[in-house]
Design a binder for this molecule. Structure first.
Ligand code: PEP
Ligand code: MN
Length: 348
């Protein structure tokens, strides 16, 4: 249930409404907008509560939310959420966020050099995997904590915030120590214990859509994180599994405008995993920005044919810079910007 409070309400009036909500055994989540304050009533729905709250002073209107997710819903928070990820970078504002880097971190030189190259091309967040979810237990599964230290060096050398995947609660402290954004991978979208734990920390969390995750399941997974008190959630569409075998996954472009309609959370597009083929990354990145994505996650490798994971979908430095120039053109057409690309052009 959502309570819209009239603009004249004083902080005491607001406290009075909150106290009444808590008396019913429910929780109040406050969303203070520029014009109106909206209170989300979290707990079981009961029609009689609507009448009760409607008669309270300074309550403008009361709406029952029929969607199963509440905190992630745009009903509860009408304006777009902008997530401050640190080092001067935000996700969800007018400026697009571009997270780029290798699928997995292979050694210190590899991540530091890749970081410098993607930054020069206009990326503003560095990605790199330390704990890798691999289909085969015999494949390269990442360098673990050692890679987190290399990622921190790359962040210090370039000034870029970093994102890396957390696969297990066991590693949450180490990942929080080194990363600015915690990535929850597609395979863990419904690992509810892990979602609970990242909901208890203050770090931004990027939640990737599961291989077979429905939009509602994905938004409910985001609700798990927010329900524990962490409002800094970013969604990431990374393709779903369909009958099609011509590419690795089917990038679901519909998911971008739909999640932006249903939720206030920013949404990032990952055309690298969404296609699995480097040749498809640029056009799908451009389409994603045109469809309203708040940013991109792109795998980049100095020598994709030598990559220890996901080489087939990784862009070289040159291809990444070329993609960024094309994306900047689309961004301008949809009133978004990629300031790093202008800066990169000026530096040449
Ligand atoms: C990744 O980002 O390298 C990754 C493993 O992504 P996903 O969870 O989307 O497969
Ligand atoms: Mn990958």
């Amino acid at each position: 249930m959502i309570i819209v409070v009239s603009p004249e309400a004083t902080p005491e009036d607001l406290d009075h409404i909150i106290a009444r909500i808590e008396e019913t055994g429910r929780q109040a989540h406050i969303s203070a907008g520029t014009e109106r304050t909206i209170i989300g009533v979290i707990g079981p729905d009961a029609p009689e509560l609507q009448d009760m709250f409607e008669t309270m002073p300074h309550v403008e209107s009361v709406h029952r939310v029929t969607k199963p997710y509440k905190l992630v819903s745009r009903d509860f928070h009408p304006s777009d959420s902008v997530i401050d990820v640190g080092l001067g970078v935000a996700v969800g504002g007018r400026e697009l966020a571009v997270m780029a880097g290798p699928c997995s971190i292979e050694n210190e030189k590899h991540i530091v050099e890749t970081a410098k190259a993607v930054k020069a091309a206009g990326a503003n967040i560095l990605r790199g995997g330390a704990f890798k979810p691999r289909s085969s237990p015999y494949a390269f599964r990442g360098l673990g904590e050692e890679a987190l230290r290399y990622l921190a060096v790359a962040s210090q050398e370039t000034g870029m915030p970093v994102i890396t995947e957390l696969m297990s609660v066991r590693d949450i402290e180490a990942v929080c120590r080194h990363a600015h954004i915690i990535q929850i991978g597609a395979r863990n979208m419904q690992n509810f214990m892990l979602l609970d734990e990242v909901g208890k920390v203050k770090k931004p969390v990027m939640l990737k859509r599961a291989l077979s995750g429905q939009i509602e399941e994905w938004l409910l997974a985001a609700e798990y994180i927010m329900a524990q008190g962490n409002p800094h959630v970013i969604l990431c569409e990374r393709g779903i599994r369909t009958f099609e075998t011509a590419y690795r996954n089917t990038f679901d472009i519909n998911a971008i405008p739909l999640t932006r309609e249903l939720s206030h959370l920013p949404v990032i597009a990952d055309p690298s995993h969404g296609t699995g083929k480097w040749g498809l990354v640029k056009p799908v990145a451009m389409a994603s920005v045109a469809a309203g994505a708040d940013g991109l996650m792109i795998e980049v490798h100095p020598s994709p044919d030598h990559a220890l994971s996901d080489g087939a979908q990784s862009l070289t430095y040159e291809l990444f810079a070329d993609m960024m120039r094309s994306v900047a053109g689309i961004a301008a057409a949809v009133e978004r910007s990629l300031p790093g690309v202008k800066a990169a052009a000026a530096a040449r």
